[in-house]
Every structure is written in structure tokens, then in C-alpha cells.
Design a protein around this ligand. Sequence first.
Ligand SMILES: C[S@@+](CC[C@H](N)C(=O)[O-])C[C@H]1O[C@@H](n2cnc3c(N)ncnc32)[C@H](O)[C@@H]1O
Length: 390
Amino acid sequence: MCAHTSPPNQQCAHAQQHVLSDHTPLCHDATPDTQSSAFTHPTWSHRPFCISNKPNIQYCTYTTSTSRTNHGLSIISTPTAADAISSAFPHAASARHVPAKRLDVRLIPGKGYGLVATQPIPRGATILLDSPRIIAAARFPTHVQRAEGAELFAQALKRLPAADRELVFALDKSLGGTEIEDIMKTNAFACQLDDGGVEDAYMCLFPSVARINHACRPNAHARFIPRSLVMEVKALRNIEAGEEIGISYGRVDLKYAERKKLYEEGWNFTCTCDMCMAQEYVRKGSDQRRARFAKLRKKLEGLTAETYDAQQIVVWEKEVMELSAKEGLDVLLAEDYERLAYVYAGHGMVNDARMWAEKARGSLWEWTAVDGGPNNEMVRVEELLRELKG
Ligand SMILES: C[S@@+](CC[C@H](N)C(=O)[O-])C[C@H]1O[C@@H](n2cnc3c(N)ncnc32)[C@H](O)[C@@H]1O
């Protein structure tokens, strides 16, 4: 699929000086905010808007106004990357759609807006499958001048259908800078995309997921599915009607001081989730359990042929699972289930081994493995299950 149709800068018939930059010639279409009647392309609804001020590095804004469920999507990337990313569009178009119908955006004291369940949601249910409206290469701001970056973002927004643009503009802003930069920094998630090996790391803006606040003990889990470019949010436990949906923005097993630092320094907010607002003795109790969880994990991961002790492993893993149940760390347990499967298999206890391997597979399917993502663990567990059945 050809993604890049605008000519290189030097040959661009309408190359001009950028109003914000004194030396960078730009090449862009004459009617940036409307669908160009002269432009037809199997993938993009608008002529790409490109900036190339360094040899071999060119960033463009690509837009399709008819992505999944007929919303728009703008991508800021190199031409090669846009080409590779767009190969996911057919999967995105056919991906299941879960609209935000059991959810409501409401004001939450101390957090701005948040997403609230309007009906009970059972554990494991998919709460939301959201599509991105803007995808931007994480490193592109370091390859273009500030004004050029702002222009690429501006074009990304201008070219989106009006409904998507309004959705994006309404999102929270907390960090300053241009409006769209602030929106991206406050709301976009890091996502790894198959972009043909260009750079992999992207910022993805999902307007419904962006309304979900962080919780240090979340009731939901978000994972990005590279093959269909959607963000899936699933319930980690039964959620009552009226409860706020919360996901963990960072690792879910961090202790109070670690996460306080992460969210204050990395995200510029002081967390006011239930765990952080709890009384000190409650927080300390949680920290102790999390410290013990980390210590046991370290011991288990550090086992060697010399230190291997099956009984000890079973005892430690039992404790890991008890701690996880208290701290809501279930999404991390696939490796523990897998470890137990190997321990039992090593002692010829095939039924127990199979039971733990199946638990590992179930956990990976439920929380970790995604279509188009890395699947080494799943391959290993499937292989073990085949051996145990054989
Ligand atoms: C992705 S947005 C979440 C939705 C946002 N509250 C809104 O009004 O649209 C991230 C911003 O929400 C706020 N936020 C998210 N989780 C929070 C928490 N646990 N405590 C306090 N503020 C939070 C912060 O201002 C953060 O920059």
C-alpha cells in the first residue's frame, strides 16, 4: 500500500517558508483543513502534510476520515512507518466495537472528569474498545523544530472530522504548551506499533480511555492491541453501578513513595485515589505487602540449579498469590502459574502441572497477550501444555 504521495520538499511546487520558522521550507497541500477534491487515495482522505528539514528524515501528517466505526485518525510519522501502520486498518475496521454505553463521564472530586459505570460490570468483561484519533511517533518532536511539530499536530487535528476534533479538544489539559501538545501529554498513552522497524514507539490518543483516571489499586486494566490499533479496557473485578473506573497508568505493584514520585514527576498530578488518600497505617500495610511481593518475586526469579527447592517454591508462590489477592496484582501472576507448572512437571505430577499451565495460559489471554504483540510467554506455555498432553 502506498502511503506517501506528496513530493519530496525540493520538488514541491508550492514549497514555502514556514511562518513560524525562518529557514525551513515546507511542503503542504493548499487546502489543509478540508478534503482536497483533487486528492484521491486508497488509504488517506487528505494529501499528506510533510516536513523534511533533515536529509533522510521526513515527518508527515496522514489522515483517514473513515477509520474504524467511521471516525477519523491522523498519524504523524515517517512515510515508511505510515505505510506499515496503515496495513492494520482492515483489522481495525473489522475489530469488535464496544461503545461506552455502560459508562458516563462525570466530575470526580480532586481528579477533574472521570469515567463511571452506569450498570454493574462483571469481572473479565470488556468495558471499552476505543480507537485512536491521533497517533504520533514518540521521537518526532526531537527531529523537527518546535513550530514544525506544532504545525504537524495542527494539521493532524484540522483534518479530523469535526466530531473527532471536538472530542479531542474537550480532553483534559494540565501541562501547558500549545493546546494540542498539552492534550497529547496529558492524555496519550505510549504504544508500540509495527511500523516496519522505523521506530516502534508512539503516543496514541484514545478519547474515551483518556477519561479514565489512574488508580493505584485499579478495578480495570487497559491493554493496547497492535493488530487492530484499539485500546481494550477490561474489568479486573466486579464493578458496581456508580463506581468510577480506574486503571493503573504505571506498574500496578509500586509502593506509595514510588508511585507518588512517578505521577508527580512524570504526569504532573498528585494522586488522590482511594489508596493514596487512605490512612497512613493502611498505606503502610499495603507497602509492606508490596515489598514482600517484590522480595519473593526476586528470590523466585533468582533461583538456580543449586538453589532450586521445589517445596520452597510452592510455599513462596502460595504467599505471592495471597499477597496478590490482597493488593489486586492478579494481572502479574502468569509467570507464577507457569513456574508452578514447571515445578510440578519436574516431579512427574502431570495433572497439577497441566492445571497451573492452563491457569498461566488463561491469565495471559485475559490480561497480557495481544494480537500483534510479543507472545513469547504464550508460545512457551502452549508448548508446555502440548508436552504435558503428549
Ligand atoms: C488521562 S486524564 C484522565 C481524565 C481527566 N481527569 C479528565 O478530566 O478528563 C489524566 C489527568 O487526570 C487527572 N488524574 C488522573 N488520575 C488521577 C488521580 N488518581 N488523582 C488525581 N488526578 C488524577 C490528572 O490531572 C491527570 O493529568
